[in-house]
Design a protein around this ligand. Structure first.
Ligand SMILES: Cc1cc2nc3c(=O)[nH]c(=O)nc-3n(C[C@H](O)[C@H](O)[C@H](O)COP(=O)(O)O)c2cc1C
Length: 296
């Protein structure tokens, strides 16, 4: 068995394959051994109770998925007592994704997560910034940096999850790292719309986030641009990853690890299969996963 561990800053992943937040639940433990994954990532936690958007919240479009789930959340108490315990104890790092409408809201969530046994925090910067008129934090270098800076008091590693909707994602990445982010997830979903045959919007929220195969070239470009701008900053690639070739493409663009989202919906074993394929690939080449070629 080759050495599949990869460092993402201070966190050592068991292998380069982790779940994309919001597309995974601890109940997958009934399908495969969660201890096989590089890390575990629950759905984004928001400070209070939120019902999320009304249905319809998910539709298939052009080979991908369009979702406007709206981050339903039971709030911090329920997360700490019910959700988190199911993720701890698998012998694999736990990365908790958080979001809030204000930078101070992010910092309050982190305070509640200190000392709970988690390994890192993922800052989902895609939430609308209430103090700036509802524009997503991740669209703006200064707004993203404000969130990271507000959270930096923690000793926990901070990963910033960026958006492919940003005009200049490398600038957002640089501002986030300057403010103290240890690693970057590149990236979240691309905004889109789908219509039904009767001409009405397919999603109740009208717009949604496009994921799956169609976003791969976009998020791959984002990964490349961020890696070019910030050599040495660990990147987790995300967007349309399902196969070994997808993972290798993201590594060629500069990622050290990959997050798998939509593929798990159609193939629940997509992640363990990808880990097996990476292991075979590394064995055949006599290399460790951390030595997989990164050409960016
Ligand atoms: C149904 C659904 C729910 C999602 N919820 C979240 C979420 O709560 N937090 C987050 O950061 N990303 C969320 N995402 C985005 C994914 O984590 C991922 O960034 C995106 O889907 C691209 O990866 P993929 O093409 O492999 O799905 C969600 C995606 C989907 C499809």
């Amino acid at each position: 068995m080759p050495d599949l561990t990869v460092p993402i800053g201070a966190v050592t992943l068991k292998n380069p394959v982790i779940p994309a937040s919001g597309t995974f639940a601890a109940s997958y433990g009934r399908v495969f051994d969660l201890g096989r994954l590089g890390a575990l990532v629950p759905k984004t936690l928001m400070p209070g109770y939120r019902p999320g958007h009304p249905p319809n919240r998910l539709t298939e479009t052009g080979g991908g998925l369009l979702n406007a789930v709206g981050i339903p959340s039971d709030g911090v108490e329920a997360f700490l007592t019910k959700t988190l315990p199911a993720y701890l104890g698998w012998g694999t790092p736990v990365i908790v994704s958080i979001s809030a409408d204000t930078a101070a809201g992010f910092a309050e969530l982190i305070a509640a997560l200190e000392g709970t046994g988690i390994d890192a925090i993922e800052l989902n910067l895609s939430c609308p910034n209430l103090e700036e008129g509802g524009r997503s934090f991740a669209l703006d270098p200064a707004a993203s940096a404000e969130v990271v800076a507000a959270c930096r008091a923690t000793a926990l590693p901070l990963w910033a999850k960026l958006s492919p909707n940003a005009e200049d994602i490398a600038a957002v990445a640089a501002a986030s790292v300057e403010a103290g982010a240890d690693a970057l997830i590149v990236a979240n979903t691309l905004t889109g719309i789908a219509f039904r045959r009767d001409g009405r919007p397919a999603l109740a929220n009208v717009t949604g986030g496009l994921s799956g195969m169609p976003v791969k070239p976009v998020n791959l470009r984002c990964t490349y641009q961020v890696a070019q701008k910030l050599p040495g900053v660990p990147i987790v690639g995300c967007g349309g990853i399902a196969t070994l070739q997808d993972a290798l493409d993201y590594m060629a663009a500069g990622a050290s690890a990959v997050a798998v989202g939509s593929a798990t919906f159609s193939r629940p074993l997509a992640m363990p299969n990808l880990i097996d394929a990476l292991a075979t690939h590394c064995t055949a080449r006599g290399i460790a996963a951390r030595d997989l070629p990164r050409r960016a």
